[in-house]
Every structure is written in structure tokens, then in C-alpha cells.
Write a protein that binds this ligand. Structure first.
Ligand SMILES: C[S@@+](CC[C@H](N)C(=O)[O-])C[C@H]1O[C@@H](n2cnc3c(N)ncnc32)[C@H](O)[C@@H]1O
Length: 272
């Protein structure tokens, strides 16, 4: 199986329950601390807002949601900012779910989804005003190649924002290796390495943040919250599917809370 098909299958297996738990946003949460009473979908939506706000979107712009998941983010962008969105993913489950979402969200005219590989996109140069890669670059087999491809499809002066895991503490590498294996991460850059890759592709960095303590650092809070939602999810998917979902994610929780960071980076393709 190709690496891309393998990643597609990885998400086809995990996304249905992930979609249910996080309301269509298959990325990390943002909780200020253990006392923060935001629900899981709210905490996940906070991350959507934090990352997408850095894009500075204007009505009518065309946005690529590169690695779009089951579509909630694209629908949010179209509704909130009046932009056109093209979402791409390599998961068939995600496309079907995303198309349903755009339709029920009343934005099917401005939001479209397609199966496409961000390592080699089918659209021409300079198609988009902005590119979002919300926790999707992590799976790219070659980070320089995907960044070059996203640079190609952005117009001069266009913006990119991405968020992803980072390596925050070099100690205890075996725990980090288990995490990477579980999530199919071919690499785990530090924040300076993420910035270096983006600069090497030609982007000018304009803003970045590292918020790991409020993201992976709150893994215990996620577990508590997900356990509270277990009966509801089991009623929909069945006990076996929920057990399998938990088994597939076991390695995610293995690193110590300060080992895995989380970066948000916003950059621009120069105007020339
Ligand atoms: C962790 S999920 C994040 C999904 C979405 N951005 C969100 O936040 O809800 C990673 C996404 O990247 C997509 N992805 C991974 N490799 C890809 C590739 N080569 N081309 C396109 N999408 C890819 C997956 O299909 C999945 O939708």
C-alpha cells in the first residue's frame, strides 16, 4: 500500500469516533488548566479559532484547507469569514462526512471537498489566497516537499497557517517514539526546526506560538472528558468499536506531559 493510502486508511479507522467526540474537528484541544470547564468540542473549537484567526481572512478569498478532516473547520471558515474553501484529504470517510456537513451547514455553494494528496496537488500555481494546515503536516512523508507544494499553490502575498505537535523535551525518547508510531509521525520537529523548514520553502514567518502545556499538557483532562462521553459514543458505535478506538490511541498517552509541544505558525509567501 502507498504511504498516502496507508494514511487514508489510518484516518478512515479513527475519524468516525473522533468526529463524534470532537464535533468534526480532528485536532487537539486548548484548555487553560484542569479547572477550565470548557467541554471537549468547545476546547477543540478554541484551537480552530486560534489557528485560523492568524490567517487574517477577508470575505471572498479562496482558502485551501490542506488535510481538512471531516469538514467542520471548512464550514466554520465559510460561515464566519465569508470565504470560499477547498478542503482536501486522503480519507474517503472524511470526504463523505465533510460533504454532508457543508450541505447541512448551508455552505455547499462555497465549500468543496476533494480527494487529493498535498504532496502533489492537482491545482495550478497561485490558486489560493490562504492555506490552512491544521495538524495535517505531521503525516507528510517529506516535510520540505509538502511545504514547497503549499507555497506553489499560494498566490504571492498569500498567507499560510499551520499547527502541529513539536518535540518539547529530548529526554526519554522511547516514550516519544511510541507516540510517533501511534500517530504515524515520520518526524517530530522542535519549534526552531518547524520554523526552519517553513523558511527553507521560501515563507516569511510572521507569528508563532508554542502552547504545549495547554494542549498535550492537558491529556489527563482529555481522558476524563472522553470517559464521561463514553456511554453516549458507545450507544452510537457499539462497545467493540469504542474498545478498538481506545486501543489504537493507547500510545498517544505514553509521553510525559512536558515532552510533546504544540506549535502554531503563520507565514507569508513574499510579494516579489
Ligand atoms: C489530524 S487530522 C486533522 C484534520 C483537520 N485539519 C482537522 O483539524 O479537523 C490530519 C488530516 O490530514 C490529512 N492528510 C494526511 N496526509 C495527507 C496527504 N498526503 N494529503 C492530504 N491530506 C492528508 C488526513 O487525511 C486528515 O484529514
Amino acid at each position: 500500500m502507498s504511504k498516502t493510502a496507508d494514511i487514508g486508511e489510518h484516518y478512515d479507522k479513527r475519524s468516525p469516533i473522533g468526529d463524534e467526540l470532537r464535533n468534526g474537528q480532528l485536532h487537539m484541544w486548548y484548555w487553560y488548566d484542569r479547572e477550565d470547564d470548557a467541554s471537549l468540542p468547545e476546547a477543540v473549537h478554541r484551537m480552530t479559532r486560534k489557528v485560523t484567526d492568524t490567517l487574517g481572512l477577508r470575505a471572498g478569498e479562496h482558502v485551501l484547507d490542506a488535510g481538512c478532516g471531516p469538514g467542520e473547520t471548512a464550514v466554520y471558515l465559510a460561515t464566519r469569514f465569508g470565504v470560499r474553501v477547498t478542503g482536501i484529504t486522503v480519507s474517503r470517510f472524511e470526504i463523505d462526512r465533510a460533504v454532508q456537513r457543508a450541505s447541512s451547514g448551508g455552505v455547499a455553494g462555497t465549500v468543496t471537498f476533494a480527494y487529493d494528496d498535498f504532496m502533489s496537488l492537482s491545482c495550478p500555481d497561485a490558486t489560493f489566497d490562504a492555506v490552512l494546515a491544521l495538524e495535517s503536516l505531521q503525516n507528510a512523508p517529506d516535510l520540505d516537499q509538502v511545504l514547497a507544494e503549499l507555497y506553489r499553490v499560494l498566490r504571492p502575498g498569500g498567507r499560510i497557517s499551520f499547527s502541529d505537535f513539536s518535540l518539547a523535551d529530548q529526554g526519554d525518547p522511547a516514550r516519544v517514539a511510541t507516540f510517533m508510531d501511534t500517530l504515524k509521525l515520520p518526524r517530530l520537529p522542535t519549534l526552531p526546526q518547524w520554523l526552519e523548514h517553513a523558511r527553507a520553502a521560501g515563507f516569511e514567518i510572521e507569528e508563532y506560538t508554542e502552547c504545549g502545556p495547554r494542549v498535550f499538557g492537558q491529556k489527563a483532562k482529555y481522558l476524563e472528558t472522553a470517559l464521561r462521553m463514553r456511554d453516549e459514543v458507545t450507544a452510537k458505535f457499539g462497545e467493540d468499536a469504542v474498545d478498538e478506538f481506545s486501543r489504537l490511541h493507547h500510545g498517544f498517552f505514553v509521553p510525559r506531559r512536558n515532552q510533546i509541544g504544540y506549535v502554531i505558525v503563520s507565514a507569508r509567501k513574499p510579494h516579489r
